[in-house]
Design a protein around this ligand. Structure first.
Ligand SMILES: [Fe+2]
Ligand SMILES: [Fe+2]
Length: 489
């Protein structure tokens, strides 16, 4: 007790001689004393009780005990965080938006300049100074899109030097008119006449073709999201069935063989339903406390075999600020989840490399919860026609734009010097959740995985006419570079 009391005394407090305090609480208790207003002079057992009361939530958390695993093959695994957002506490001001958009413009225009057709681009100010009709190529950020009475699209683009209107007349560009969105960066080839450009081609940054990777090891990665633990619509039986399958306890012989080979499990946000996320949520919660929701989530995940590497990113229902990028789950709130040994926490979005071992480069997996999907589906005519059942179309669209939320307002953004939502690193798999509908696709050899959910249809989804696909889990074979969907409902 001597040294603990000395610590408190050295921090400038007087200590009651009968003070009884546990060794593991000393640092947190000191923090509590220093932040208390007014700052106490004399430290007593009453103050210590008050501290314990304030920490009750944390103390109530039951730590997760790992279960032993048997009957699993010995295969090495590897998880590397290649792109990961770390929080800064910098206050945002108006200049941050300017820097943010300039960074987006620079990086996406550099990607566009790699295209042969756009090697000789000129700035908008130079185009405006040209006289007569001339063939031009330029790159700009979309500032405005409007339609004339006759249905002709006029797209206004800008770069740091100026702005100019594009009049979409040629058949090739009219075809892509419905795909152009505000604030994206596009390449334009066309004829300049007077003060406008009549484009003959509009180019999106797009991803390059990617060789198909196949690992020599026969291993699988499973993708889940949107468990929404705490909601009265979470499906505990179905989720337990999935965990039992991972443990080789259910399924046909062949299915149990696959389960043994699952070495990676991605959890792409909305782990819990959260608290205060939407009006009236209280009535739809069976667990009304955020700490207990994560504790319940962790109970299921603690039963997952320890040789499966679990990678977790947050979503809009998790206990974090909504603005993207979102940093990892808070350790104090999601502590039981952190207690699980085989979990790696990543940000939303993140790029994670898995299975990069024995000379194999591994698979680069882009993880994004998918909050921008709602606005994209409602605002972009090209995506509206596919609706919520075609995550593959949304994800392909974003890969072509090389951005996870191209329009201002498609998601809440935290502006930083660098636009973290630009898709600028190579990707083999792009996985998202949020829209609760499983859909697998492939674009330029990139596998797109829309995960699904473990929450049944909510009254909100019913009202909007959404038909989620709960209980389905995409399983990606690293050896075959193929994805199949397992059903647990
Ligand atoms: Fe969700
Ligand atoms: Fe979500």
């Amino acid at each position: 007790m001597e040294s603990k009391l000395t610590k408190i005394i050295n921090a400038g407090f007087l200590v009651s001689p009968d003070l009884e305090i546990k060794e593991e609480h000393i640092e947190d208790f000191l923090k509590f004393l220093k932040t208390k207003d007014p700052k106490p002079i004399f430290v007593t057992n009453e103050l210590y009780s008050e501290f314990l009361g304030s920490q009750k939530k944390e103390l109530e958390i039951k730590y997760i005990v790992k279960r032993p695993v048997d009957r699993r093959s010995e295969v090495d695994t590897s998880v590397k965080l290649k792109k990961m957002y770390r929080q800064t506490n910098k206050k945002i001001d108006i200049n941050d938006w300017l820097t943010y958009y300039l960074d987006r413009f620079e990086r996406l225009s550099n990607l566009l300049r790699n295209r042969i057709e756009l090697r000789n681009v000129v700035s908008i100010s130079r185009i405006l100074k040209m006289t007569g009709r001339q063939e031009v190529a330029t790159i700009g950020m979309v500032k405005d899109i409007r339609k004339t009475f006759t249905g002709t699209h006029i797209v206004e683009i800008e770069d740091p030097t100026g702005q100019i209107n594009l009049i979409l007349k040629s058949e090739d560009v009219v075809k892509v008119a419905d795909e152009i969105v505000l604030d994206e960066v596009i390449g334009v080839i066309g004829t300049k006449s007077k003060n406008v450009i009549y484009p003959t081609k509009i180019l999106f940054p797009d991803v390059p073709d990617r060789p198909i990777k196949k690992s020599k090891d026969d291993v699988y990665a499973a993708f889940v999201s949107d468990t929404h633990v705490g909601s009265n619509m979470f499906l505990p039986k179905e989720f337990s069935m999935f965990v039992k399958w991972l443990n080789g306890k259910v399924g046909s012989e062949a299915q149990r063989e696959v389960a043994k080979k699952v070495k990676y499990l991605f959890v792409i946000g909305d782990l819990v339903d959260g608290v205060g996320i939407y009006p009236g949520q209280e009535k739809e919660l069976v667990i009304k406390d955020i700490y207990s929701q994560y504790e319940e989530f962790a109970k299921y995940f603690a039963d997952i075999p320890e040789d499966i590497q679990i990678i977790v990113i947050p979503g809009n229902h998790d206990a974090l600020r909504l603005a993207e990028p979102q940093h990892v789950l808070f350790e104090d709130i999601a502590r039981p989840v952190y207690q699980i040994n085989n979990i790696t926490m990543a940000s939303n979005p993140a790029v994670v490399n898995i299975h990069g071992i024995d000379g194999f480069p591994g698979f680069d997996i882009l993880l994004y919860h998918g909050m921008s999907f709602d606005r994209l589906v409602s605002d972009v005519p090209f995506l509206r026609k596919f609706g919520y059942e075609r995550a593959d179309k949304i994800m392909e669209f974003l890969l072509r734009k090389r951005h996870l939320a191209p329009s201002h307002g498609s998601t809440l953004i935290n502006p930083m010097a660098r636009d973290f939502l630009v898709i600028d690193s190579p990707v083999d798999v792009f996985a998202s959740g949020h829209i609760h509908y499983t859909k697998i696709g492939r674009y330029k050899n990139i596998t797109t995985i829309g995960t699904g959910c473990f929450q049944k249809k909510t009254p909100f989804q019913e009202k909007l006419g959404h038909n989620p696909t709960p209980g389905r889990v995409p399983i990606f074979s690293l050896k075959e570079n193929q994805t199949k969907v397992m059903r647990f409902l």
